[in-house]
Design a binder for this molecule. Structure first.
Ligand code: ADP
Ligand code: MG
Length: 311
């Protein structure tokens, strides 16, 4: 069975030998939420842009419903973009300050020539209702809204074309903690109402644990562990995943986890270590880790790319 989204060996190199995404593969089934986690700079946003073909990959394939997105000519790609939309991290940068909220939400419909003026107006009001904003917002401008409200506008704009796949690139990371859960709850509701498939990117594991069915952990441009969210969070097999999880504050202080501090230099995608790219910072590293890239080892049914996976 072909997956809804099938990604194979996707790579993006920038000038200067920067291997921002360095061979990412995964399958995503329709209706699922894939959480992508990893430290800042590990290639999450680059991956998001590659999937939507907002930037061109150096190598690899992306198939949506079996269709090779990288083979599409620009007119076909424009058409396919209706199925795939993105919500960006920064709600202040992602809206044009000179465009009213109504114009911003209607713009994708304009671009794709969907409906007449009255239809588009009705759509704008419908989406404002649906994301929890007053209808009067249509006539107002971005600077009149808070970060959380702007992110609701960004979500309305992304959903106006009724996409199948929504990529959320750190959608709540710029928001106050008190606002984060409101926006997350909205995303959860919209997903079931519209039968959406999500790729939810975040450096914040507690947010991903809350929303994702599947999780992929990225380190220096590659996935180092992936699997069902429960399995990855409850029984992480890769030392990097274990270190990330140990750094998440636990709500119950009695459950205080042993915090693992990552040593070594911060990762640099212009200078990727040989063998396992995590080995210079790994507390389990042996000689083989510096010389051989680790194969996928399926411990407890989910794979980790590590020579010595396990607790
Ligand atoms: P993340 O979203 O996980 O923080 P990014 O995908 O934004 O990471 O970046 C991954 C790496 O690629 C970083 O080292 C970043 O500096 C580099 N990078 C991203 N975009 C470019 C670009 N246009 N040119 C050169 N390097 C880039
Ligand atoms: Mg990013």
């Amino acid at each position: 069975m072909t997956a809804f989204l099938e990604v194979r060996d996707l790579k993006k190199q920038y000038p200067g030998g920067v291997r921002a995404v360095d061979g990412v593969s995964f399958d995503l089934q329709q209706g699922q939420t894939l959480g992508v986690v990893g430290e800042s700079g590990c290639g999450k946003s680059t991956l998001a842009r590659l999937l939507l073909r907002l930037i061109e990959p150096t190598f690899g394939t992306v198939r949506l419903n079996g269709e090779d997105l990288l083979a599409l000519k620009s007119a076909q790609l424009r058409e396919r973009r209706r199925d795939m939309q993105i919500v960006f991290q920064d709600p202040y940068a992602s809206l044009d300050p000179r465009m009213s909220i109504g114009e911003a939400i209607a713009e994708p419909l304009d671009i794709h020539n969907i409906g007449n003026r009255a239809d588009r107006r009705a759509q704008v009001l419908k989406w404002l209702d649906r994301v929890g904003l007053p209808r009067t917002a249509a006539e107002r401008f971005p600077h009149e809204f808070s970060g959380g409200q702007r992110q609701r506008i960004g979500i309305a704009r992304a959903l106006a074309l009724r996409p199948k796949l929504l990529i959320l690139d750190e959608p709540v990371s710029a928001l106050d903690v008190s606002i984060q859960s409101q926006v997350l709850n909205l995303l959860v509701d919209l997903k079931s109402e519209f039968g959406l498939t999500y790729i939810f990117i975040s450096h914040d594991l507690s947010v991903v644990e809350h929303i994702a069915d599947q999780v992929a952990v990225m380190y220096l441009g590659v996935i180092v562990e992936e699997g069902p969210s429960q399995a990855v969070f409850n029984a992480p097999q890769h030392p990097y995943t274990q270190a990330l999880i140990s750094a998440v504050p636990h709500p119950d202080p009695r459950m205080k986890r042993q915090r693992m501090i990552l040593g070594g230099d911060p990762p640099n995608p212009a200078n990727v270590p040989t063998g396992c790219r995590f080995h210079p910072r790994c507390f389990k590293a042996q000689a083989i880790c510096a010389s051989m890239p680790p194969p996928a080892q399926a411990m407890l049914d989910h794979p980790a790319w590590c020579h010595f996976p396990g607790p």
